[in-house]
Design a protein around this ligand. Structure first.
Ligand code: ADP
Length: 270
């Protein structure tokens, strides 16, 4: 059986975050090509929203759910955000097919909802079925319904955790977790702001909590907590006893070298 690798394509890499609804087709295409060429690897793919989701979600405060005063505008914004996400998702699925992968789209909005603060019901039955068939499940950060606030945003980083929770104890549990972003990995400080920030190559589980102090909210309109949200998701993921990596998708070859000694990025050890 091939190695299952769960990889997230960060919205900061697959879109131009400063221009609304602007896809980085070159990066999307290269990621799929490199994934398809990885020997003996079966990818499960999650992607972020970047400029297709965050600006509108921020403007209408969609992460905090329904507010009485903004009810009408928010409902329009929910529908629009989902439409934008479907547009980006289509581009990602197209690139996956063109490069020889077999994507099977599983929108989180259809297979999950929030039950209480930060807790989700995630119906992964079809995820397992698609893996059995050698398809590549592909999910994305999305609006989901909520028992608590009517609707909210479920980030790609959190979906990574939900997938692992679902696959725990099955033969499809991934052997590697990858977060692709627009920076080489976790730095001592935000490298976009502090030019003296240094890349941290290895972080062990006992140091992850301290590593959170290095990670800042994203500079962009990222409403799902940027690098900080990612490290929090990684902290929970390491508890499954599996390693996680952050890599830079803007640089060619970083996916190709994921499993080689030439790997460049941050390696989180359980
Ligand atoms: P993605 O959309 O790829 O999931 P985010 O935009 O949410 O990624 O987070 C990545 C961003 O986090 C980087 O572009 C960087 O500016 C910011 N960041 C903040 N603190 C750090 C840090 N300590 N190390 C690396 N990046 C950081």
């Amino acid at each position: 059986m091939k190695k299952i690798v769960l990889i997230k394509l960060g919205g900061s890499a697959i879109t131009y975050k400063d221009t609304e609804k602007s896809p980085n087709l070159k990066v999307i295409n290269r990621c799929m090509k490199e994934l398809a060429e990885l020997k003996n690897v079966h990818p499960i793919i999650v992607h972020g929203a970047g400029s297709f989701g965050h600006p509108i979600a921020k403007k209408y405060d969609l992460i905090n759910g329904l507010s009485e005063e903004r009810h009408q505008d928010q409902i329009v914004a929910v529908a629009r955000t989902r439409q934008h996400m479907l547009e980006l998702h289509k581009l990602v699925v197209d690139a996956a097919i063109e490069n020889g992968l077999h994507p099977y789209s599983l929108p989180a909005s259809a297979i999950s909802y929030e039950t209480s603060e930060g807790k989700y019901n995630f119906f992964g039955e079809n995820l397992t079925r698609t893996l059995r068939l050698n398809l590549n499940p592909i999910l994305y950060g999305d609006i989901v319904m909520s028992d608590l606030r009517h609707f909210t945003i479920l980030s790609g980083d959190t979906i990574m955790y939900l997938i692992l929770e679902w696959l725990k104890g099955t033969k499809y549990f991934p052997s590697l977790i990858v977060f692709g972003s627009d920076v080489d990995g976790l730095y001592t400080d935000d490298p976009k702001i502090n030019e003296r920030a240094r890349l941290i190559e290895t972080v062990s589980i006992k140091d992850v909590d301290a590593a959170k102090n290095n990670a800042k909210h994203s500079m962009h309109d990222d409403i799902t907590a940027g690098m900080l949200g990612k490290i929090s998701a990684i902290e929970k993921i390491l508890k499954f006893g599996i390693e996680a990596k952050i890599v830079n998708l803007l640089q060619p070859g970083r996916i190709s070298s994921l499993l080689s000694p030439e790997f460049i990025g941050t390696n989180f050890q359980p």
